[in-house]
Design a binder for this molecule. Structure first.
Ligand code: AMP
Length: 417
């Protein structure tokens, strides 16, 4: 028989890690719902056109998209990110602004799998549509910082940049092109190819041979129009007022083409592998219009769950919560008693599990031990005759006989509830 493993770049998330994922998403939901964000669940696949707006020069679109024709002849793509879906939803539903939403879930990119980089990876994120105010940029960033604080992470570095308005970005791209063309000999083959598509992305290159030309390249800060420069100054002032530390990194262009004005990235200083960026975001003031909606400013961020948990591992924080049952039922009279007791306890809100297949006492006690339950309830012929159950405290081995009609109350007492 053939056997199957997960596809490259995908993983099964098993317990206890799966409980940690859920806790991660819950902490995020708590933080953002307290800030007035409503939950949105976009579909995992959409018309390819929605994602082409992310930027036809980005690798996410040109190389990494999982796109295919469905049986109805539609060109479909698995979402590589969720901002475009949220903007499509905004155009489709026309909610009142400001529209503040949060999301959580998997995205798909055909990347080269390695530690911290997967083909299916999870993100949590927020988007706000309809607000220009630089106060919001700072508030959004502060929310992400608060989330990291709740996870217990300490080694987070926030980089900040402004990509200016679309005219600024174009002028800057032209200046960069001129610069790099005149330094073509000093560029790597890869960066020369990138230059053809998008000169801004050359700034992303980490190849040592490109470092000189990049260091000498023109700076975005010198190409900001007055309005974009004033916006950027206000964002910085608001962050300072909120006590959020940041560094200005005018080489920060990020992977997606739709960013305008504020862009930011969070790096985990505890991660030493190639992938230290654990989240990022920015303004995308043109995206809603690109998707056929009215001119609408937008800003948001996406935080990578997989990588952020690697950073948590590196710092030894945000351990998986315990999900063990509290009570294990050992029934050596056939199993029907275990069924009744289990339902009674579960209905009372007590976590309960049992053994099956009418195994011996010894074998059932082994399973009880392995389950991590604090209490075992033992049902033998004696107990049935007395209409009672033996309650055993696993740690001490102490046992007491408990009448069936006092079972729930006594179990709760034993659990300290
Ligand atoms: P992006 O949507 O590219 O702006 O990425 C935002 C965050 O998602 C990054 O900082 C990473 O933490 C995470 N991320 C992006 N791509 C991947 C991937 N292939 N595997 C794991 N995490 C990813």
């Amino acid at each position: 028989m053939p056997t199957f493993n997960t596809s490259p770049g995908t993983r099964d998330i098993l317990a206890p890690e799966s409980a940690r994922w859920r806790a991660f998403q819950q902490v995020f939901a708590d933080v953002v719902e307290h800030a007035g964000f409503a939950h949105i669940i976009p579909p995992m696949f959409e018309d390819l056109g929605v994602f082409l707006r992310v930027g036809e020069t980005t690798e996410i679109v040109t190389k990494e998209m999982y796109d295919f024709d469905d049986k109805g002849g539609r060109r479909i793509a698995l979402r590589p990110e969720q901002t475009a879906s949220v903007c499509r939803a905004f155009v489709e539903h026309r909610p009142v602004t400001p529209w503040k939403v949060w999301y959580s879930g998997p995205n798909f990119r055909y990347e080269k799998p390695q530690q911290g980089r997967y083909r299916q990876f999870d993100q949590v994120g927020v988007e706000v549509l309809g607000v220009d105010d630089p106060q919001l940029d700072a508030e959004i960033i502060a929310l992400a910082v608060e989330f990291y604080r709740r996870l217990g992470l300490r080694g987070i570095r926030l980089s900040l940049n402004s990509l200016g308005d679309s005219g600024d970005r174009e002028r800057y791209a032209a200046a960069l092109r001129t610069h790099f063309v005149s330094h073509l000999d000093a560029l790597s083959v890869e960066s020369r190819a990138t230059l053809e598509r998008n000169p801004l992305r050359v700034l992303d290159s980490k190849r040592p041979e490109d470092a000189g030309a990049i260091a000498a390249a023109p700076r975005m800060a010198d190409h900001l129009c007055d309005a974009a420069a004033a916006h950027f100054a206000s964002v910085q002032a608001a962050l300072q007022a909120a006590g959020v530390d940041f560094v200005i990194d005018d080489r920060l262009v990020r992977g997606l083409d739709y960013y305008r004005r504020t862009t930011f990235e969070f790096v985990a200083t505890s991660l030493t592998a190639a992938h230290t960026a654990i989240g990022g975001g920015g303004r995308y003031d043109g995206l809603v219009a690109d998707l056929g909606g009215p001119e609408t400013p937008g800003i948001g961020f996406a935080l990578g769950l997989d990588r952020t948990l690697l950073a948590c591992d590196a710092e030894g924080v945000f351990a998986a919560p315990a999900t063990v049952v509290e009570v294990f039922i050992v029934d050596v009279t056939g199993g029907a008693q275990a069924a009744t007791v289990c339902s009674q306890l579960r209905a009372a809100g007590i976590g309960a599990d049992r053994a099956y297949d009418a195994r011996s006492m010894k074998s059932q006690m082994k399973v009880a031990d392995r389950s991590g339950a604090r209490l075992a309830l033992i049902v033998g012929e004696d107990e049935v005759a007395k209409n009672a159950v033996t309650l055993r405290t696993m740690e001490t081995g102490a046992q007491q006989l408990v009448p069936r009609d006092e079972l729930v109350a006594q179990v709760k007492t034993a659990l300290g509830r």
